[in-house]
Design a protein around this ligand. Structure first.
Ligand code: T3D
Length: 265
């Protein structure tokens, strides 16, 4: 197998770890090797200081069509599969790694994102989508229920009415409507998607990484905390941010009227 045949293409450049889901003839649906490769890449993003932003996208015309249903053919199985186990083993650890990474994770949704594929994108911090892309909660079509964090993301971002509408009907949601509903950050012209996504990832990777990571953590905590708890949380994160070298550099650069040189420290 050459590198270009592997189910996940991994490239580290200028502090940006770009992960390309790479099973285009199966619309980048998840099989076991792809699950394991994505998890390993996210573990690497946690471990390596040089990595200051992550960008996830797909090869070919799709972002990701969720689980590879070829691996779930009931006619080739002894009995029903334990899908709870596959979530525990594959999706959930990776989702936790995405959410807990104290660095920005961008999804560049280059085409259809269905089932768990849609919800892995929604677990990322910034979702940019090509105008032609669609988000499909495909689960109800095959008798399943939203997973990969979808029931959580949809309900929090859209409210119950739209979350239930999308999950129960499996109607495709266009990128533009996803943006206008506040489900994603931005829909962009197809041919501008990767340029815009890479530029944003590079901006993050040359930014104050600790401050950006703490910002992510703080926004995530806000959806669980009441106001009092959250302003205490802000006090603690600001205390940590105020001790970073990048904060000192940011203020010094402002006072010197020059561009800051953040080191991610
Ligand atoms: O199982 C567990 O571990 C639990 C976790 C479950 C998580 C899940 O994600 S469940 C939901 C699984 N995903 C789906 O149900 C989506 C299935 N795909 C589709 O509905 C459609 O393919 C799309 C709407 C995404 C795109 O439609 P379209 O018309 O643009 O493309 P297509 O012709 O349907 O697909 C193109 C090829 O990709 C085709 O193969 P072929 O005929 O050219 O050889 C199709 O079979 C293949 N493909 C698409 N999605 C999957 C897939 N192959 C395997 N698994 C897929 N999910």
């Amino acid at each position: 197998m050459t590198d270009t045949d592997s189910p996940l293409l991994v490239r580290l450049e200028d502090g940006v770890l770009t992960l390309t889901l790479n099973r285009p003839d199966k619309l980048n649906s998840f099989n076991e090797p792809m699950h394991l490769a994505l998890r390993a890449a996210m573990e690497r993003a946690h471990a390596e200081k040089e990595i200051r932003a992550v960008l996830i996208t797909g090869s070919g015309r799709a972002f990701c069509a969720g689980q590879d249903l070829g691996d779930r053919d009931p006619r080739k199985m002894d009995g029903p599969p334990d899908l709870g186990r596959t979530l525990d083993t594959f999706y959930n650890p990776t989702l936790r790694l995405i959410r807990s990474l104290e660095k920005p994770v961008i999804a560049a949704v280059n085409g259809v994102a269905a089932g768990a594929g849609a919800n892995v994108a929604l677990a990322c911090d910034i979702v940019l989508a090509a105008r032609s892309a669609k988000f499909i909660q495909a689960f109800s079509k095959i008798g399943l229920t939203p997973d990969a964090g979808g029931s959580w993301s949809l309900t929090r971002l859209l409210g119950e009415a739209r979350a239930k509408g999308l999950a129960l009907t499996a109607e495709p949601l266009t990128a533009e409507r996803a943006e206008s509903w506040g489900l994603i950050w931005k829909a962009v012209d197809d041919d501008a998607l990767m340029t815009e996504a890479v530029a944003l990832a590079q901006k993050f990777a040359s930014g104050p990484t600790r401050g950006l990571g703490l910002t992510k953590t703080s926004i995530q905590a806000a959806s669980e905390n009441d106001f009092d708890t959250q302003i205490d949380f802000e006090r603690d994160t600001q205390r940590t941010a105020g001790r970073t070298r990048d904060y000192a550099e940011g203020v010094a650069a402002f006072l010197d009227k020059r561009a800051p040189e953040f080191k991610g420290e």
